[in-house]
Design a protein around this ligand. Structure first.
Ligand code: SF4
Length: 325
């Protein structure tokens, strides 16, 4: 089992016959994520460290994960220190850096280093790429069923796309479940929910988020970062895909992707989710300056249900969009 702090070229890990596990998903889907935070805090992580970092730390210890790929460039500055603490707990840390300037040669060098760590050949990686592409293609269809045909809910879209960072460690089972889901979704009636929203930012730590939105007759038809995790750039080679992936680089790529989605998906408004104590909150300034449709910024701290104040803000935002329409 290879723990991942965020999306990395999983084709390389699968080519080595190993099982990648996205630690964020393992944490948030655990029986008691709040308890995992308390474990990390008891070990010295302070209150003002992001809950995802604490959750990853405790998840690695709980599952006795011996190898962790830590994305030390392009994701989260906290990961660097987290990796050092994990090393002191006996975990082998494999760093991966996305080059901030999106330089192709630098990314090739990084992927080559990664390949050598796992002792695999490019031909094997290419074979895995082709195999995973069959799943990625189906995820593209799932996304179309969300925004074009309105047959897949925002939460279902989120769930499948966020899981594509590691395909739940079992691509065959993932693909089988996805095929069954798509077959069922293709037969559904089209949703008539009026207000179309885009969800920006890291995945929510809160549960019930999408259900609350839908209870106000609105639906999310664009999950920005989750969609990026699925690397829907099937016409490009492996390196170019990880260059097209917007999340680890500067905000300009994200803005272009969001602008395209606003047009293509006929979005009425955007919800920008930010995580308490996360440096990415600062991007809210850029998003508000660069994008010309209404944005509601929300913040989540610890795992749990959407609180009534947040639900009320969503309701007011949706009502405002409805009035504008
Ligand atoms: S939410 Fe922000 S601070 Fe927390 S792990 Fe992700 S990037 Fe880091």
């Amino acid at each position: 089992m290879i723990g991942l702090t965020t999306t990395v070229p999983v084709e390389i890990i699968y080519a080595a016959g190993l099982k990648p596990v996205d630690l964020n998903n393992l944490f948030i889907n655990s029986e008691n994520p709040g308890e995992l935070l308390r474990t990390a805090e008891a070990d010295g992580f302070s209150h003002n460290i992001c809950a995802w970092i604490k959750g990853i730390y405790a998840t690695v210890l709980l599952h006795r994960i011996e190898n962790v790929v830590a994305v030390t460039g392009g994701d989260c500055s906290n990961t660097v220190a987290l990796a050092e603490v994990l090393e002191r707990r006996g975990v082998r840390v494999i760093p991966f850096n996305y080059p901030l300037d999106r330089d192709r040669d630098a990314l090739v060098t990084e992927m080559e280093k990664f390949r050598k760590v796992f002792s695999v050949e490019w031909s094997d990686i290419e074979a895995v790429r082709k195999r995973l592409d069959r799943i990625r293609q189906k995820l593209v269809r799932l996304d179309e069923l969300t925004y074009r045909e309105n047959r897949v809910s925002g939460f279902e879209n989120h769930l499948y796309l966020v899981s594509s960072s590691d395909f739940n460690g079992e691509p065959d089972a993932f693909e089988h479940g996805l095929e069954l889901f798509l077959a069922e979704a293709e037969k559904r009636e089209e949703s008539r929910a009026g207000i179309r929203l885009g969800y920006l930012g890291v995945p929510p730590i809160l549960n019930g988020f999408y259900e609350v939105i839908e209870s106000f007759d609105a639906r999310v038809v664009y999950n920005e970062i989750q969609r990026q995790f699925s690397l829907p750039f099937l016409d490009r080679d492996l390196v170019d895909r990880y260059l097209s992936y917007t999340y680890p680089y500067d905000i300009k790529g994200r803005v272009r992707d969001i602008e395209k989605a606003i047009q293509e998906r006929h979005l009425d408004g955007l919800i920008h989710y930010t995580q308490t104590f996360c440096h990415r909150q600062i991007y809210d300034i850029v998003l508000r300056e660069a994008l010309e449709i209404p944005i509601l910024t929300l913040e989540g701290d610890r795992p749990g249900k959407v609180d009534s104040r947040t639900a009320f803000r969503i309701e007011t935002f949706v009502e405002m969009l409805r009035d504008n329409k």
